[in-house]
Design a protein around this ligand. Structure first.
Ligand code: SF4
Ligand code: SF4
Length: 192
């Protein structure tokens, strides 16, 4: 005599029960909103805190924020930042980055460099489309980093706000440590 379980198996096989179960799942998902994006025609909304390509920023008056202090270079776990700084001859005691490189192929987008910067000269943007056939294009130099910063200034500021590193409005320039105003050169003062 056949057991109840073998009878059930027989009827399941005859009635194609597994196929109907699979079709049930298919029909259910036909009426769901698709969760996929047809990239690149459709793009996701990127959150403000997203860690995309790094950019260098200027103050509203156009002055470069970066003072070439190297703290970002020291903080980078991937050793992908190189800063070469010089004294600004027109403003003694004030330094600036004469050269600035980020090897974005090594960057792990941790954001430590942004956190380390005392003047919020670095910020991350929502830029993620920088694939290329030539790896050398991914060594971002100072010009490219300022271009990214200028083209995506709103996203860069939103990143700083989202990470509570800068506040909106009037406070933005004074929020972080501000390097002392430059003093005049000694010889300039003595020549007066
Ligand atoms: S995000 Fe991280 S890995 Fe990339 S440059 Fe900054 S500190 Fe280095
Ligand atoms: S980006 Fe910031 S931390 Fe890096 S060298 Fe410039 S001022 Fe210093």
């Amino acid at each position: 005599m056949s057991s109840p379980s073998s009878t059930k198996k027989f009827f399941d096989a005859v009635l194609f029960k597994e196929i109907w179960n699979a079709m049930k799942v298919t029909f259910k998902h036909m009426f769901h909103r698709p969760m996929t994006f047809e990239y690149p025609r459709e793009k996701r909304t990127i959150p403000d805190a997203h860690r995309g390509a790094l950019g260098l920023l200027r103050y509203d008056d156009g002055q470069e924020r970066c003072v070439g202090c190297d703290l970002c270079e020291a903080a980078c776990p991937s050793r992908c930042i190189k800063v070469i700084s010089e004294e600004d001859t027109s403003m003694p005691l004030q330094r600036y980055a004469s050269e600035f490189y980020i090897d974005i192929t090594k960057c792990v987008f941790c954001g430590y460099c942004v956190e380390a910067c005392p003047v919020n000269a670095l910020a991350m943007t929502k830029v993620y489309e920088f694939s290329t056939h030539d790896k050398r294009d991914l060594l971002f130099d100072k010009t490219r980093l300022y271009e990214i910063g200028e083209q995506h200034i709103d996203d860069a500021k939103r990143y700083l706000y989202a990470h509570n590193q800068e506040k909106k409005g009037e406070e933005s320039r004074a929020y972080r440590y501000h390097f002392p105003q430059s003093v005049q050169r000694q010889q300039d003062a003595s020549s007066l």
